[in-house]
Design a protein around this ligand. Sequence first.
Ligand code: KIV
Ligand code: ZN
Length: 516
Amino acid sequence: MKKIIVLDTTLRDGEQVQGVKLNLYEKLKIADQLKNLNVDIIDAGFPAGSTQDFKSVESISKKLGSYTAISAIARAVKEDIDLAYKCLRFADNPLIHISIGASDIHIEKKLRKTREQILIQSSEAISYAKRLCNNIQYSVEDATRADFNYLWDNIENAVKAGATIINIADTVGFGLPEEFGDLVKKINYNLKNLNENAILSVHCHNDMGLATANTLAAIKNGADKIEATINGVGERAGNAALEEIAMALKVRDSYYNAYTSIISTELKKTSRLVSYIMGLDVAANKAIVGGNAFVHSSGIHKAGAIKSRDVYEIIHSEDIGNEESDIILTMHSGRSELKDALSKLGFEKLADEELNKIFDKFQEIVELKKEVYDYDLYYLIESIVDINPDLGDEIIEKRKNLYELVELQVISNSIFPSASVKIKRGDKTYKKSSIGNGVVDALYTAIKEVAELEVDLREYKISSISKGKEALGKVTINLSYNKKSYISRAIDTDIIKASALAFINALNNIIMDKNK
Ligand code: KIV
Ligand code: ZN
């Protein structure tokens, strides 16, 4: 089976997305997670682009250059190449990436040169870079709109000058899978005849939604290396999504006879981090990492998935490290799903009569609440205590440690944003007030003081749903002592209340985890 080299370009091409500018700390944080994801090469940036870019490529090379190969891009000019090497020299495996347009549109309209001038410029640039660094990647930009004969001359010229990797860039997402596959096949045949050690790489953009399909077609036709970004972020419609390619190769490895070294259980975490730092939401239906990617909604699908997950799942959410442990029941949830959720909480032996009664109650509350979480199930079970009194003690015991928001008040101002909460636990009621950097910070500090659980807030998100009438709060907290993560959510018409409830729900998840 062939190993496909994965270059992640989230910090270079990905950062070119409209409105995103990452600082050094943010880039290092993403780079560190890319290391955990086990990408083969981190494309750290464009050192000639700005002093900040220079500094971040330099820092990434210093901090991560002994774990992962690091690349930096340069135009085919000495100044860019010098700057790239100046940053990359701290890495054990530096890769200078020189890029130039290969289509007539790029050559004539953007570069205002002739085809011959480009050949001279690129071979001079590659020979110069080769004196500094052994590994040179040469990208032919807009290759899918280039004349094939010239494209090949250009590639041959680059290999003869010392390029070790040839990167076919579908810069504007013009390629189609079959056609792109054929192009890669032809180039690969010529390239391996010219130099069997040369590496063929592809870089696809997503303007027609085909970046992943094109990348996979390239792998099927001989590409040795691929370039992609987390969540598919990048210029315009973005780049090929790394998580999609990695999982397609994992699920269909025998078809491609290929694999990557990506640690798939780090995918979700990486996606969340990139989304959070870049401030770019991942669409709910985004393949692999979208919020709904593993949620079965229709009754028939849910019932099938409960019988056997393989009925409707080709990937399990834990394969990508999904931490979403909450079972969320909605208006679409049927009796068998409710039964499954109850049995996971330990209520396995319910009689039909009991289940019917609980289901009736469930339909009442789901109408009001929209989503029913694990701890709500205790309240549902209460509805059958009259017919099964034995359950009473068990519920009281399990419920008494859970927190319940009674009231809250926040004061928003620029000097002392503050929050007060009243929270019930069992038969005790607690009140706390706190100040913070903002009202949500104050609110969370007050709740944490009540809970007396050592937790760190890892992620907080509030978004509008149901045409802006309601807010969905989502939080991820870590238990400080073992870093175990708990994700939770809550819906309310008030954004502050949704935020508070989401946090309290996450604390309850910790308690319920202990109960289990
Ligand atoms: O899209 C593109 O052409 C690029 C190259 C620099 C590889 O990002
Ligand atoms: Zn690109």
